[in-house]
Design a protein around this ligand. Structure first.
Ligand code: ADP
Length: 387
């Protein structure tokens, strides 16, 4: 047993910044493993309001609030990127390990710095040019130095897809926001793969099996997250190797979800990473004996990593608010949906729905991916999230 773990030290407590659905799934594993967690979130209504040892209402973006909240904690984790990195640095100086470390979070919080990091480390990523402002980018396009099309990414301040845009025309260019940005070449993507990696203070690096994002043909949104992915085993081994290299290059702690592009010419490129539990790892709850959430806690609690092998083909679908409905949530068809075979529902407990807001997810397992996907589709279609 590790010298300082919840099982050798009764006062061991994890502090978690952010109390959304990702935190809620951390709490479920923490309860099962008898690990004590305190949570900070600005919303009294946050999904983590139940199930935490202590739930504090406050901003994880405010330096003083974060430093005060984490006093006496044994380790600090995050479930959202926009936490105050200066506060994490202060906590590290006080001897409280942070997952991820503040220096890693600072790079990841800025899409431009993140991209420059991959280039500097020799990690494969799409070509890009940095611009200090929107007007500098516009001037480059007008002068013919920046050719169309390209993918525009805002360094800081983008949220929920608002900091990323495919620019094909002058009209597209006029819709962009001000700020330091990059123009990335448009990658001919064959498929998008996610690999959740975990690292601990001993430098051990393990990963979950790669998952494949299947996009809805019309909505251009991820419809299913599928494991195993459809690529040949040797090709997926390359993805695992690259994802681990990314985590080692960052020298990070805790989880790192690595989003990769597999190109039409058979090349792997790093798109972006998230230093926390990720949508692409939700199916590890039902599909693997150790979930991404437990793996994060194990890293934070100095416990050995668990087995990451996939036990059964698994498919995850998000449960989102139906179009045209905003307000107090009503679940229609839940009794029928709950009777679907091989399917587990996760309801996040958000009181208000909005069109496309993530309100829950489901994971279906099956004898093969086709069976699991068919079950996931049937269960998702049976349930309507309305107001
Ligand atoms: P976000 O942080 O909003 O999720 P991403 O960088 O993951 O932003 O980009 C969102 C999606 O846009 C990706 O999943 C991919 O489908 C597409 N995309 C991003 N960058 C490129 C690129 N360079 N070439 C082609 N498609 C891209």
């Amino acid at each position: 047993m590790a010298a300082d773990s919840p099982f050798s030290n009764p006062s061991f407590q994890v502090a978690l910044l952010g109390g959304g659905q990702l935190g809620k799934m951390v709490l479920a594993e923490a309860r099962r493993m008898d690990i004590s967690v305190r949570v900070l979130d600005p919303s009294p209504d946050a999904p983590c309001r139940l199930g935490a040892e202590r739930f504090d209402i406050g901003s994880f973006q405010d330096y003083d609030t974060v430093v005060a909240f984490c006093q006496g904690a044994s380790s600090v984790g995050i479930e959202i990127e926009s936490v105050n990195a200066d506060a994490l640095e202060t906590l590290e100086q006080q001897g409280i390990p942070c997952f991820p470390p503040s220096r890693v979070l600072r790079v990841i919080q800025d899409k431009v710095r993140q991209k420059e990091f991959y280039a500097a480390q020799g990690l494969p990523t799409s070509d890009f040019t940095r611009y200090e402002s929107l007007s500098e980018l516009q001037t480059a396009v007008a002068a013919g130095h920046q050719s169309l099309p390209f993918v525009w990414k805002l360094g800081q301040g983008g949220y929920d897809g608002f900091g990323v845009s495919i620019v094909r025309s002058q009209a597209d260019l006029d819709t962009l926001s001000e700020g330091v940005c990059i123009a990335e070449s448009l990658v001919p993507i064959a498929t998008e793969i996610g690999v959740v990696v975990a690292r601990n203070e001993a430098g051990e690096t393990v990963c979950f099996p790669p998952v494949e994002m299947e996009f809805h043909p019309a909505a251009n949104q991820v419809e299913f997250v599928v494991c195993p992915a459809s690529l040949p085993v040797e090709v997926l081994k390359e993805a695992e190797g690259l994802a681990k290299r990314v985590a080692e290059s960052f020298d990070t702690l805790g989880l790192l979800a690595v989003e990769l592009f597999y190109t039409q010419s058979g090349e792997w490129l790093v798109n972006e990473v998230a230093p926390r539990p990720h949508n692409s790892g939700h199916l590890t709850i039902e599909g693997c004996s150790t979930s991404q959430f437990e793996q994060m806690l194990r890293a934070m609690c100095h416990l050995p990593f668990g087995d990451t092998r996939l036990l059964q083909p698994s498919v995850m679908a998000n449960i989102v608010g139906a179009e045209g409905f905003s307000g107090p949530v009503v679940y229609e068809g839940l009794p029928q949906a709950l009777q679907m075979p091989g399917t587990a529902f996760h309801i996040y407990g958000k009181s208000q729905t909005r069109p496309f807001r993530k309100m829950g997810h489901l994971t279906a397992v099956g004898a093969n991916v086709d069976e699991a996907r068919a079950r996931a589709a049937a269960a998702r279609d049976a349930l309507q999230v309305k107001a």
